[in-house]
Design a protein around this ligand. Structure first.
Ligand SMILES: [Fe+2]
Length: 242
C-alpha cells in the first residue's frame, strides 16, 4: 500500500486524475490473476486514496500478453478489460510476435472487444516489419505508445520507432508503463509531453495524452491523430484514411 500511495502521488503531480491499474497476466504461466481479485484490490486502494486525500481514482484492468491463451481467458471469464469498458490492453512481446498474432486479435474483435496494444514500438519484430502496423490500423486495432519511448528510455531504436508511428499518425494513446515509485513512474510525463508536442503539435498531444485515454474509459471509439505541421520541422503527414 505504501508503494501504491507513493506512485499515486507521482501521478497527481504529473496532472493525472484517473489511472487504470494493469497488472501483467501471461496465459499459461504463474502470472495469472482473477478479475475479482484485481477489482477487490483496486477498491481497497481507492478507499485508502480517499482517506489520504490523494485526488486520484484507480480503475481496474490488466495487461494481457499477446498469446493464443487469451481465448481461453475469455471462455473462463478471466479477461478484465480497462475500467469496465470493452477495451482490452494487449501486451506486444519485445521479440517476435507469436504465430497467428493477427488471428488472435481478430478473434478478440469478433468477441466484441476493442484492442489497445501496449508499447508496440518496443517490439523487435515490428521494427523489421513495419508494414504490420498498416495491417493493424486497417483492422481497427488501437496503438498505445509509452511516453518514455519519446525520451529514449528504451534506446534510440525504440525512440525512432515511436517517432515513425507519430509521423504515420498511428498512435492513439500515450501511457506511462509505471511499475514502481523509484525508476518507472509517471514523473517524466511533463518532459515527454514537451518532446511529443514538438513532434506532433498541441492538438495531437491533447488527443493522445488526455482525450483518447478518457474515451477508452467512456467506452467510445478513439480518434485518429489530426494532420500536423511539426514545430520541430518534420514534414507534415497526411492523416491515414482507409
Ligand atoms: Fe508491458
Amino acid at each position: 500500500m505504501d508503494e501504491s500511495l507513493a506512485m499515486a502521488r507521482i501521478y497527481v503531480d504529473a496532472g493525472v486524475s484517473c489511472v487504470v491499474a494493469t497488472p501483467h497476466v501471461v496465459p499459461g504461466t504463474k502470472w495469472k490473476l482473477k478479475p475479482k481479485d484485481i477489482c477487490d484490490q483496486v477498491d481497497v486502494l481507492n478507499k485508502c486514496l480517499k482517506e489520504e486525500n490523494i485526488p486520484l481514482t484507480v480503475a481496474p484492468g490488466m495487461e494481457v500478453a499477446l498469446d493464443t491463451g487469451i481465448l481461453t481467458l475469455i471462455d473462463q471469464n478471466c479477461l478484465l478489460p480497462l475500467g469496465h469498458s470493452k477495451y482490452v490492453l494487449i501486451e506486444v512481446p519485445f521479440q517476435r510476435l507469436p504465430l497467428g498474432w493477427n488471428q488472435i486479435l481478430f478473434t478478440l474483435q469478433l468477441r466484441g472487444f476493442q484492442i489497445l496494444l501496449a508499447h508496440p514500438e518496443r517490439c523487435d519484430h515490428l521494427m523489421k516489419k513495419r508494414a504490420f502496423f498498416d495491417d493493424m490500423i486497417y483492422s481497427g486495432v488501437y496503438l498505445q505508445v509509452e511516453w518514455g519511448s519519446f525520451l529514449g528510455h528504451h534506446g534510440l531504436e525504440v525512440k525512432s520507432q515511436a517517432e515513425y508511428l507519430a509521423q504515420k499518425g498511428y498512435i492513439h494513446c500515450l501511457a506511462t508503463d509505471s511499475h514502481n515509485s523509484r525508476s518507472r513512474h509517471a514523473g517524466y510525463v511533463e518532459d515527454a509531453a514537451r518532446v511529443v508536442e514538438l513532434q506532433v503539435g498541441r492538438e495531437n498531444l491533447e488527443l493522445l495524452g488526455r482525450k483518447n485515454p478518457a474515451r477508452v474509459l467512456k467506452d467510445v471509439p478513439l480518434e485518429a491523430m489530426v494532420d500536423y505541421e511539426s514545430p520541430a520541422g518534420a514534414k507534415r503527414k497526411k492523416r491515414w484514411q482507409f
